[in-house]
Design a protein. Structure first.
Lengths: 407, 361
């Protein structure tokens, strides 16, 4: 137990603090089922993008183009959903993303362009294509605009876990526990309730894909081939694996996931395609992949964290204000840790920052809305800079591979 | 032999432009427009005197932004954060520039200095995070773009702008005084009948030269390039990669600081919510197109500005002007592939020729 706490204190402490802060009335939004419900809906697209990144990087291709593929997902998803209905939107989003994955694969695998250069070019291309298509496709609509689609009905029905969360007119255990208002127990019940009630079938589909992705990559021969290509392509080739094909498939699956993430954003969050609505989520997905150490469940945890930050940002400015004291406390603990390690300069910087946040917390009622808006992005930076040290990335990720060459 | 190699390299952008025109021809055809007619309208509109001035004015910040990105590239760093870096510099220098009274030369120098310094320090965060925390600069600079946008919006609305009750004026800084404005070149060139050709175009030329000098002619530039192409070798030659990474990021950011100068001192004279944005991303396009070459990027910037400007006319002709965005994007994507193909071709030929020499001996 003590060892577990020692090892994971970076995860456990913030959770404990959040629950403590949430006991204050003003900040109770930090742990309600509403917040967690929003968090899981916001986490899903990030998680999907992260899974996409994983499929690509496991085959050795860095995919900075996730954002662009996600943009394609939003546009094609919205367009097909507007024409035929939400499930067609999902399908079109996946195909649109995969198409751009194919372009990325042609660039990086066949022509061996620098992966990041190709990815950035993909992002630029996707933004241009989406804008162009949007003008052309909705040209004769009364609400025609170059940056938005008409409103889309994305309703596919939803699902609530029976007995535990009260689905299908059964009693709700988590709801009962949440209403008791016991510290910790009610907060955790809130989390579980939010995560398991009123989930649309699209969300359920997306969540099911997480174990499926893990199974494909780690329990099938096909997955083994894909992973081997990212670790030691020459070795895999000598054993008869078609390295190029695997890389193509990996990057296209990656694009498909990113496209699905985009379609999800349109159908679940906004009900409309809007230019710039991905707002860097493809990159946050990439960050969650790094945080999750290139593994599906790690990615899920990481995206949950970013989704939570996003949900706070959307639901309640007060709750974000509560985070200030959290940051202050964490910095204080950092300072003590650094003091023990005899890093006096770092320690005093941490102390100063900690006091700064405390003063800010005490002297303000809310955080300015402009700051609230970038909570998820700041979280990404902070998390990456405190967690990206002990990674085990695929060995040959980002390196060009040419058939018949030793590398 | 050497010349023909250079010529082959030049083929890549030409090829990319042809592909872009080919693809947009197909697209225009698919949506039922006449491609030839469309290109002709664009060309005719793009070559008017008014358009040429506008194209040159547009290409100045675009070129500088490309230089900022290219500095990073040369060092093996991908600075996607030019966007927030130049906006941060522009806001702070606009606010300070409006608050002080100085003789003209000093005033402009001060504005440039503030923009460059603040952009450089904003960029340094990404360098620090890369060196000390191992955060890849692509992710950190993108996140810093969002964070920077938020901070800029906050500073603009709450610190640098007096909100008046019930007024609908968008947040903006005070106007720059006359002494802080860089004059146009029209009187000098005798083209008074055209719109203002902004004077900072000369500055852009100097920035191109400065970039060339720093990267290729100084020992710092040598270290930077060496670290970019082989960190290990650079380390053994005595360079300090950690220090150089932060420094490179700061130099890249410093160049980004120049991006906002032309719009600020040339035609906006203040920082508002519609201060030109997106130049940082467009700069990546130009840097890729011009292959980080000071002259190549200038041509690239002019080409993109030409496309942007000449597409403006299409709205009047009922052709979606967004076709230009596609052309831009296709050019970038094709050009990176084409450069790679050319590079491979050239290397293969060099190997062949070298082996011929060896065989003849």
């Amino acid at each position: 137990m003590i060892n577990f706490v020692k090892k994971h204190y970076l995860i456990i402490l913030p959770i404990v603090f959040i629950v403590l802060i949430a006991q204050m009335d003003k900040y109770d939004q930090l742990t309600t089922s509403g917040t967690f419900g929003a968090a899981i809906r916001l986490a899903i697209p990030i998680c999907l993008a992260g899974l996409g990144g994983m499929f690509s990087e496991r085959t050795g291709i860095v995919n900075i183009g996730l954002e662009g593929m996600m943009i394609m997902g939003t546009w094609f998803g919205a367009w097909a959903a507007w024409l035929y209905g939400p499930w067609y939107g999902i399908l079109a989003g996946i195909l649109g993303g995969a198409l751009f994955g194919l372009i990325h694969a042609v660039g990086t695998v066949t022509f061996q362009v620098d992966h990041i250069v190709s990815g950035v070019a993909i992002n630029i291309l996707a933004a241009g294509v989406a804008r162009f298509l949007n003008v052309v496709a909705y040209a004769d609509q009364p609400t025609q605009s170059s940056t938005q689609s008409p409103r889309i009905d994305g309703d596919v029905g939803d699902f609530t876990l029976p007995y535990l969360s009260g689905g299908a007119d059964t009693p709700s255990l988590f709801g009962y526990l949440q209403d008791l208002n016991y510290p910790f127990i009610s907060d955790i019940a809130g989390l579980l309730l939010g995560a398991t009630s009123n989930l649309s079938y699209i969300s359920v589909f997306a969540l099911v894909l997480i174990p499926v992705a893990a199974w494909v990559l780690w329990s099938t021969p096909f997955g083994l081939q894909m992973r081997s290509v990212g670790e030691l392509p020459t070795g895999s080739e000598s054993l008869g694996v078609n390295v190029y094909l695997m890389k193509y498939i990996g990057v296209m699956i990656s694009g498909g996931f990113a496209g699905l993430a985009g379609a999800y954003l349109v159908l679940e969050s906004s009900g409309i395609y809007r230019e710039g609505q991905t707002a860097g989520r493809g990159f946050i997905g990439l960050a969650s992949m790094i945080f999750g150490n290139y593994r599906p469940f790690g990615i899920f945890m990481g995206s949950g964290l970013f989704g939570y930050a996003d949900a706070l940002q959307l639901r309640s400015d007060d709750a974000v204000h509560g985070l200030l004291i959290l940051i202050s406390l964490i910095l204080f603990i950092f300072a003590i840790k650094q003091l023990i390690e005899k890093k006096y300069i770092n320690s005093s910087i941490s102390i100063a920052l900690s006091i700064g946040f405390l003063v800010w917390f005490l002297n303000s009622e809310t955080v300015p809305s402009e700051f609230v808006y970038f909570t998820p992005h700041l979280t990404t930076l902070i998390v990456l800079s405190s967690a990206s040290q002990k990674l085990r990335m695929p060995q040959k990720v980002g390196q060009p591979y040419r058939k018949g060459e030793l590398n | 032999m050497k010349l023909s190699l250079k010529l082959t390299t030049l083929l890549a952008p030409v090829f990319a432009i042809i592909v872009a025109f080919g693809l947009s021809t197909i697209m225009l055809y698919l949506i039922g427009e006449d491609p030839i007619e469309t290109f002709k309208i664009m060309y005719d509109y793009g070559k008017t005197g008014k358009s040429i001035v506008s194209i040159l004015n547009r290409s100045v910040p675009l070129y500088i932004s490309a230089v900022a990105v290219a500095v990073g590239f040369k060092m093996g760093l991908f600075n996607i954060g030019v966007e927030s870096q130049y906006l941060m510099g522009a806001l702070l220098s606009a606010a300070l520039g409006a608050a002080v009274a100085l003789p003209s030369f000093l005033h402009i120098t001060l504005i440039i200095f503030v923009a460059v310094i603040s952009s450089a320090f904003w960029a340094a965060i990404a360098g620090y995070l890369k060196v000390k925390k191992g955060v890849h600069e692509v992710i950190s600079t993108i996140m810093l773009n969002y964070i920077g946008t938020g901070i800029i919006a906050y500073l603009l609305a709450n610190i640098f702008f007096e909100k008046v009750e019930l007024s609908t004026t968008a947040p903006q800084t005070d106007l720059l005084p006359e002494t802080a404005r860089i004059p146009s070149l029209n009187a000098f060139l005798g083209i008074e009948d055209l719109p203002n050709l902004h004077g900072f175009i000369i500055g852009a030329v100097f920035i191109g030269i400065l970039y060339y000098w720093i990267v290729w002619k100084t020992s710092l530039g040598f270290d930077l390039r060496a670290t970019g192409s082989s960190p290990m070798a650079a380390k053994f030659s005595g360079a300090n990669p950690a220090r150089l990474t932060i420094l490179a990021m700061m130099i890249s950011g410093a160049f980004a600081g120049f991006v906002g100068i032309a719009p600020l001192t040339g035609y906006f004279f203040k920082y508002t919510t519609d201060f030109p944005s997106g130049l940082g991303f467009a700069g990546i396009t130009v840097a890729l197109l011009g292959r980080n070459h000071p002259v190549g990027m200038a041509l690239g910037a002019i080409l993109l500005s030409f496309l942007e400007r000449s597409a403006q006319i299409l709205d009047l002709k009922d052709v979606p002007k967004e076709i230009e965005k596609i052309m831009q994007a296709v050019i970038v994507l094709t050009v990176v592939v084409a450069y790679e193909v050319v590079k491979r071709y050239v290397t293969n030929r060099q190997i062949k020729e070298a082996s011929k020499v060896v065989a003849n001996d």
